[in-house]
Design a protein around this ligand. Structure first.
Ligand code: F6R
Length: 244
C-alpha cells in the first residue's frame, strides 16, 4: 500500500482520473468498479473531461457497481445507480450492456449476489477499484465485523451508515440493508484506489493506513492489498504519520 497526500480535492480527482484513463488506454476492455457517494464525484467529472481531452475509447470497458441500498428506487436521486448514471453513463453515453449494477429491489437478493460474483469471475476479476471510506471505516457496505473472505453479500447497515446515508436523498428514506461487493473482491482487485477528502475523514484515514488490520475496521484491508494506493487531500491526510 502506498499513501499519497495531495494538496486539494481537485488534485486527488485529477490523479485518480488519470490512472483510470491510463488503464483504458492500456486495456480498453478493463473491468472497473467505482463507489458512489461524495468521494468519487470530482474524480468522475475529471475522468469524463480527461476522456474527451485524451480521446479515449470508452466503448469497450465494463463497469461494475460497488453497492446499492436495498429497497431504494434505483431511479431516485441518492441511489447508487443514479450516481453512476449521472456521472458516468450519461455523460459518456455508456450503453447498458457495458455495466452491471446490483438491483437493490430484487425479490431474490441472494441470486443478485451470485450473478454479480459470476459476472466478475467470468470477466477475470476487477482491474481497478475506486472506493471511498465511511465514517465507521466501511468500504462499500462492508460494515465493521464483515469477514474479509466474503464475496457479494447483503448486510444490515450500521446506524452510522443509515444516518449519514440520508444526505444523498431529497427526502428521508428507510435505509436498513445494503447489497455490496465483499472484501474478497476488493482484496482480489488488481489495483485499488481508496480516496478521501476533508478533515472529517482524517481519523478514519489514519486508522485505515496505520491501524490494526482486520474486519473490525474494514478499510484496514488496504494495508493487505499489494497494489493499493490511498489518495487523499491534505485535510484528510493530516493525521497520517509523516514518512521519515
Ligand atoms: C458508496 C460506498 C460507501 C462510500 C462511503 C463514503 O458506494 O461504497 O462505502 O464510499 O460511505 O461516502 P462519501 O464518499 O459520501 O463520504
Amino acid at each position: 500500500m502506498e499513501t499519497i497526500v495531495l494538496h486539494s480535492p481537485e488534485a486527488v480527482a485529477e490523479a485518480v482520473a488519470a490512472e483510470w484513463v491510463d488503464l483504458l488506454i492500456k486495456n480498453p476492455e478493463a473491468t472497473v468498479c467505482v463507489a458512489s457517494g461524495n468521494s468519487p464525484k470530482l474524480a468522475c467529472a475529471a475522468f469524463v473531461r480527461q476522456v474527451a481531452e485524451r480521446k479515449v475509447d470508452t466503448s469497450r470497458f465494463f463497469f461494475v457497481g460497488l453497492d446499492e441500498w436495498v429497497g431504494v428506487d434505483p431511479d431516485a436521486r441518492g441511489s447508487c445507480r443514479w450516481d453512476f448514471s449521472e456521472r458516468i453513463f450519461g455523460p459518456l453515453g455508456i450503453s447498458s450492456n457495458q455495466y452491471h449494477l446490483f438491483d437493490g429491489r430484487s425479490a431474490d437478493l441472494t441470486l443478485e449476489c451470485r450473478r454479480m460474483d459470476e459476472l466478475i469471475a467470468a470477466r477475470g476479476g476487477i482491474d481497478l477499484m475506486i472506493v471511498g471510506i465511511g465514517m465507521n471505516g466501511h468500504i462499500g457496505f462492508n460494515e465493521p465485523g464483515t469477514s474479509f473472505d466474503l464475496l457479494s453479500h447483503v448486510i444490515r447497515l450500521d446506524t452510522t451508515t443509515a444516518t449519514v446515508g440520508q444526505q444523498y436523498f431529497d427526502q428521508p428514506v428507510h435505509l436498513e440493508q445494503g447489497i455490496t461487493l465483499g472484501p474478497a473482491h476488493v482484496l482480489a482487485s488488481r489495483r485499488l484506489l481508496l480516496i478521501a477528502q476533508g478533515a472529517a475523514k482524517a481519523e478514519v484515514i489514519r486508522r485505515a493506513t496505520e491501524g490494526t488490520t482486520g474486519p473490525e475496521f474494514p478499510a484496514s484491508m488496504v494495508q493487505l492489498h499489494a497494489h493499493a494506493a490511498v489518495i487523499v487531500d491534505a485535510a484528510a491526510g493530516q493525521l497520517i504519520r509523516k514518512q521519515a
